[in-house]
Design a protein around this ligand. Sequence first.
Ligand SMILES: Cc1cc2nc3c(=O)[nH]c(=O)nc-3n(C[C@H](O)[C@H](O)[C@H](O)COP(=O)(O)O)c2cc1C
Ligand SMILES: [Mn+2]
Length: 511
Amino acid sequence: MEDAVFVGSAAVAGAESIKPVGWSDLRGWLSLIEAAGQLKRIDAPVDPDEELAAITFMAARNVAAPALLFNNLLGDRSGSRVLANMLGASKERYAIAVGLDPKLSVSEMIFASRELMKRRLQPIFMAKRDAPVNEVLLQGADIDVGAFPSPKFWPGDGGRYIGTGDITFTRSPDTGRINVGVYRQMLHSPTRIGLYCSPGKHGRLDREAWWSRGEPCEVVAAYGIDPVLFMVGAQVFSAAESELDVAGGIMGRPVELTEAEHVSLPIPARAELVIEGLLHAGDTEMEGPLGEFTGYYGNVRGPQPVIEVKAVHSRKSPIITAALMATYPSCEIGAYYAIMRSARILDDLQRIGVSGVVSAYSHPAAASGWGMVIVSLKQQYAGHAAQVLALTAQCPAAAYYTKWIIAVDEDVDPTDFDQVMWALSTRCNPSDDLDILRNTWSTGLDPSQFPPEARPYGSKVLINACKPHRYIKEFPPSTLLRRRTYERVAKRWSELGFDDAPPQLNVFHKE
Ligand SMILES: Cc1cc2nc3c(=O)[nH]c(=O)nc-3n(C[C@H](O)[C@H](O)[C@H](O)COP(=O)(O)O)c2cc1C
Ligand SMILES: [Mn+2]
């Protein structure tokens, strides 16, 4: 028998002393990560056509790779720079962005993030003349979005994408709520940019609502943006909520906005590069494909709506944020997404009210965290693990895509793959412990099914890798150290000739 370890209770302490984040815009955050050795400036000439993505992909095969600031881009006519691997696989850069201690473990960050994402703070406005994004303003015949160094990432991409690490504002005509989404945007011509929003996304619902009234849909898109707005733009909050309030809550200070020139939507005042424009019903051009977070090309080329660009605002020498979609750890949707998604799954399970859940984790190697969820629980009654598995599989934050839902006991840390594989290999008997859910919520981006029309309907396997509840009392004890022996050895670690710190152990032999 061993002592139970509740990862959660210890980790919540990390969120107690919430202060405003220590940066006010992308450049401020870059200074912080540079001081932490997490930024690499690349001054050698680099081609935005496939070469920038190749360098990013190759550098980020290493989980510890820094963010990359490309200062010298071939063909650039705007004096811009491009930031890639902004957050990627780095929990440290995530922590610096949201104001947590970068030394916290992933599970501690999940619990601290739950607290941060509960808070709401409305944006504030600054005068146009004070807004850094208005250093350069181009309108009318001066607009040429092709002047910016927009990457073509993968050989099979359908074009150059100015928007990948972007945020996009739209307004609901019914409620006035401003939505923030991350939606890809491909260059068509000097004043026209494609916008791909998949079905059900709030940006798409907003534009359909405007078009059904016979009006164009106003759009504001920022292509150089701070990490918190970028991260929050990619999370699912309810359609009634503005992600601007969520971002303010996370940062502990409001998002700063300013008035636009042509549209009634505001623009982010401290962004690097922003466009204002209009989407007209029926105005489409061929768009895509783009190499995706799955590691495959996603949707086929097809007609998508186009933003008619009305104004371009930027800072001098703006920094464009580009998000490479690739296999882990080279994908921009990495550590931050896994942490935030896991936090939202735990929120859902808490709201449902099931007891005994300790932690959960969606590892980013599973297609940016979408493919797998591991949930840990303290088994309290017959059928408890099966209940937690089924609820996790279908809770709002986890239901989309997820194929593998694995339950483990409370002595197994879901963020540690070595421990999870041990549980799968020693506590799970496949002929008893696997169930399959069919016709579940999935996506056309999952290439595992044929014909492709079948892809929106997925399936999920529920894997019970907990000790069998019927025999939990007879289940063999794990081989664990006595706490006092561990502590004695840990104290003598350097005397014994070891240079590193002794390993942290959390579970001990029960006396
Ligand atoms: C880098 C990145 C690129 C994305 N590209 C798209 C895209 O092109 N189209 C899309 O519909 N969703 C895309 N997403 C996912 C959406 O941002 C995400 O579903 C978000 O919840 C959308 O906001 P909404 O819930 O307010 O609609 C992307 C996410 C990231 C992080
Ligand atoms: Mn939304």
